[in-house]
Design a protein around this ligand. Structure first.
Ligand SMILES: NC(=O)c1ccc[n+]([C@@H]2O[C@H](COP(=O)([O-])OP(=O)(O)OC[C@H]3O[C@@H](n4cnc5c(N)ncnc54)[C@H](OP(=O)(O)O)[C@@H]3O)[C@@H](O)[C@H]2O)c1
Length: 345
């Protein structure tokens, strides 16, 4: 790595950039250097001036040819992640690519192969996975915080009322499962540290063909089960419950998708010396612990982790095999919904 700090280029002027721009600036040894827009030089320059970004490129090709840029943040519509990640790798740029990393396991394999061949890092920008709330919860579960995990249930919904949004376009990889369902599936796999062995999904498709609502179930080796619901047709909801043999956990902001709001993890456990409840009613025998995490800008954790990989050789917090597992599960869920059958992985 030639530079003492990582010089980032934004590949697109997507709305999500607004969350990452402060993160690129607040992390030590990270510098936001350039932006590119497919809408031409004028648009790129206007955007660069608005966000005080030193260099503006009127095409993605020009950004990839910029020798000053070490790494790109790829915030394109989902269907463009794989082709542009592969081109960025060939140009020798490290890549932080928005979630979902791709739309099939085969695409992830092509991206991984390109990154390996050109010696660059490819990381999925699945912010919640880098945040202490997620990392500490995983440790607590491994330590038996709620005994054996029996069920993880996640919801992520909001009403999408913006005509022309990339999320409604099948050609761009739209659909609630890719945009929102990818979070509970990734969260569940991270908590269990395992991949599902079979999945089943149901979707409600809109006129354009993308799913507007999706419900899915996953079965893991060892017996843990998961259920999730994603939707563009419901009020904003983002919650996760984990139910175990010795306790339960409720997360009120599992995907950490708000800035400036504290998140809470509510753990309830059976007291060790409890009396035997009648008809399973042991709620009075539970003790509760609440952990609070102040949310400043959780995207900073993600950028910090990637910079540590690049400058210190730290191991990726979300290895590519993990991102691939998520895409394989989502792909299988889509096949299940389309074909009306359980899909084994
Ligand atoms: N991690 C998170 O919290 C989070 C949150 C929201 C979204 N995301 C992810 O970020 C990505 C972008 O989402 P967004 O809502 O920010 O997107 P968006 O505002 O719709 O922007 C997408 C950008 O992609 C570029 N683009 C290139 N070809 C395009 C095409 N054919 N159609 C539309 N846009 C095209 C455009 O930039 P130029 O014209 O300037 O090149 C456009 O501004 C998605 O993968 C999404 O899943 C992540």
């Amino acid at each position: 790595m030639p530079s003492r700090s990582i010089r980032w280029g934004l590949l697109s002027t997507a709305r999500i950039n607004e969350r990452l721009i402060p993160a690129f600036r607040s992390v030590a040894r990270s510098e936001l250097l350039a932006v590119a827009s497919s809408r031409g030089q004028e648009h790129a320059e206007h955007y660069a001036a608005q966000w005080q970004i030193p260099r503006a490129h009127g095409s993605y090709e020009a950004l990839l040819a910029d020798p000053q840029v070490d790494a790109i943040y790829l915030s394109l519509p989902n269907a463009l992640h794989a082709p542009w990640a592969i081109r960025a790798a060939a140009a020798g740029k490290h890549i932080l690519c928005e979630k979902p990393l791709a739309l099939s396991a085969a695409e992830v394999d092509h991206m991984a192969e390109a990154a390996q061949r050109h010696g660059v890092l490819l990381q999925e920008a699945v912010m919640m996975r880098y945040h202490p709330q997620t990392l500490q919860l995983r440790q607590r579960l491994s330590g038996g915080a709620i005994g054996e995990v029996r069920l993880i249930r996640g919801t992520f919904t909001f009403p999408l009322e913006r005509p022309g949004d990339i999320r409604l376009d099948p050609a761009l990889g739209g659909g609630s499962i890719w945009d929102l369902g990818s979070y509970p599936v990734s969260f569940t796999r991270a908590m269990l540290g395992a991949e599902p062995i079979e999945v089943q999904g149901w979707q409600v498709a809109g006129q354009g063909g993308v799913d507007l609502s999706f419900a899915g179930q996953l079965h893991f080796a060892g017996g843990a089960l998961a259920q999730f619901f994603s939707s563009f047709q419901a009020v904003p909801q983002a919650e996760v419950d984990l139910i175990g043999s010795a306790g339960a956990i409720h997360l009120d902001l599992p995907y950490l998708n708000k800035v400036g709001v504290d998140s809470q993890v509510r753990l309830s456990r059976l007291r060790p010396a409890r009396a035997t409840g009648t008809f399973g009613d042991a709620s009075s025998q539970m003790e509760e612990e609440v952990l609070t995490y102040p949310l400043v800008n959780a995207y900073q954790d993600e950028v910090e982790a990637v910079v540590a990989c690049l400058l210190e050789g730290a191991a990726p917090l979300v290895p590519l095999a993990d991102s691939r597992g998520n895409i394989a599960a989502l792909e299988a869920l889509c096949i299940s919904a389309r074909e009306g059958r359980v899909v084994r992985l």
